[in-house]
Design a protein around this ligand. Structure first.
Ligand code: GDD
Ligand code: MG
Length: 364
């Protein structure tokens, strides 16, 4: 079975984390998001995977290679200009030979894909769309269904006055190859706004696969942090790479005996945690981090090679690669891009989003 994963979006809502890193490979528990997605697919025997890329394409290929490390075969298709969700699929049509799976590359889920494929076959559907309940459907594609689980209406990003259900498009589809014939070549087309509504107008069998699996779209820093809280606290029951221990410490990391670690915490390889440091989970710390004495870190995600000086306080925040928080600085609810430096003693404004490469000098 084949799968196409869409990974070509600009990911502006996730800035500054996506200044230099495509959304599809932002680290989740210290591994690229796509590695989780691909291992989940491989677990359901989907081993021939095509990545439909645009923005920062080389970085994705550079990390994932031909996929053999994950037991799958990966092919890459790149768009010169973004073709939209259906245009990107059409661009990958040459690789597809039968019924296939299509996925939004920014979704983290433990959806039972095997059961979904079986449901699609039983219904003899042209398209099957996985649905998940959410609190606020206005950020997603709302999907109305009949009692027989046929899709009755598809409404992308509805206004609150249009909301009739809390069930939305979860971004996983099973599609027959005939769907591709309905998408023009080299044209910007949306599967949600154009192709699905057209299939419905044409009375094609489009079915909904309702699921209560773990599900989140990591499209914003808030959701990205929420995903870490959920995974570390065991909310995703069938996620293959979720930690099994309260505290996981990578190879070659040195934790000072006086440091206090309250899980759930995952620490990567080659890290140094100094004297009297307090690490309060949920917390994910990437490889090569150095956290000096008396610092307090809580409810945060730190990517690789960050350096936190003595007496730093960090809470509910995300730091991308190579950030330096100098002695005595503090931050709560901030998001820093790669290579951000915060001067000693500086207290960042809660809610700050600081772009890659910025130096913030001490507050006056
Ligand atoms: N190759 C390619 N080309 N990929 C694209 C393009 C494009 O032009 N545009 C978007 N993508 C990819 C994104 O990288 C992402 O993985 C996926 O398509 C969905 O795009 P988003 O921009 O994240 O869309 P969304 O989250 O607002 O809405 C979509 O996902 C929701 C579920 O998370 C829609 O499919 C909604 O209907 C759905 O509910
Ligand atoms: Mg999205």
């Amino acid at each position: 079975m084949q799968a196409v994963i869409l990974v070509g979006g600009k990911a502006t809502r996730l800035l500054p984390l996506t200044n230099n890193t495509p959304k599809a490979i932002v680290p989740v528990l210290n591994r690229p998001l796509l590695e989780h997605v691909i291992r989940h697919l491989a677990g359901h025997r989907i081993e021939d995977i095509i990545l439909a890329q645009g923005h920062l394409a080389q970085l994705i290929e550079g990390y994932l290679g031909n996929g053999s490390r994950f037991g799958v075969s990966l092919s890459y298709v790149v768009e010169d200009t973004p073709l939209g969700t259906a245009g990107a699929l059409k661009n990958a049509a040459g690789y597809l030979d039968d019924t296939f799976l299509m996925l939004n590359g920014d979704v983290f889920t433990d959806l039972d894909i095997t059961a979904m494929l079986e449901f699609h076959r039983q219904q003899k559907a042209m398209a099957t769309i996985a649905l998940t309940p959410v609190d606020d459907p206005t950020s997603y594609g709302l999907v109305e269904t009949t009692p027989e689980n046929r899709v009755a209406r598809f409404l992308e990003k509805p206004g609150w006055n249009e909301v009739t259900t809390n069930m939305i498009n979860a971004g996983t589809y099973v599609l027959e190859k005939a769907v591709l014939a309905q998408i023009p070549l080299r044209t910007k087309v949306s599967i949600e706004r154009e192709v699905f509504p057209r299939l419905l107008t044409g009375h094609q069998p489009v079915y909904a696969f309702l699921s209560s699996a773990y599900w989140i779209d990591i499209g914003t820093p808030e959701k990205y942090l929420q995903l870490h809280r959920d995974l570390l606290s065991g909310k995703c029951r069938n996620c293959l790479l979720a930690p099994t221990e309260e505290v996981t410490i990578g190879e070659n990391s040195h934790i000072h005996p006086s440091a206090r670690i309250r899980g759930p915490v995952i620490i990567g390889a080659d890290c140094t945690i100094g004297e009297n440091v307090a690490l309060n989970g949920p917390l994910a710390i990437g490889d090569g981090a150095i956290i000096r004495e008396d610092s307090i870190i809580e409810d945060s995600v730190i990517w690789q090679n960050s350096r936190l000086g003595a007496r730093v306080s960090l809470k509910s925040s995300i730091l991308a690669d190579n950030c330096h928080l100098n002695e005595g600085s503090s931050a709560e609810n901030v998001v820093l891009g790669d290579n951000v430096t915060i001067a000693g003693g500086c207290k960042l404004e809660p809610g700050s989003r600081i772009g890659a490469g910025t130096t913030v000098s001490a507050s006056p």
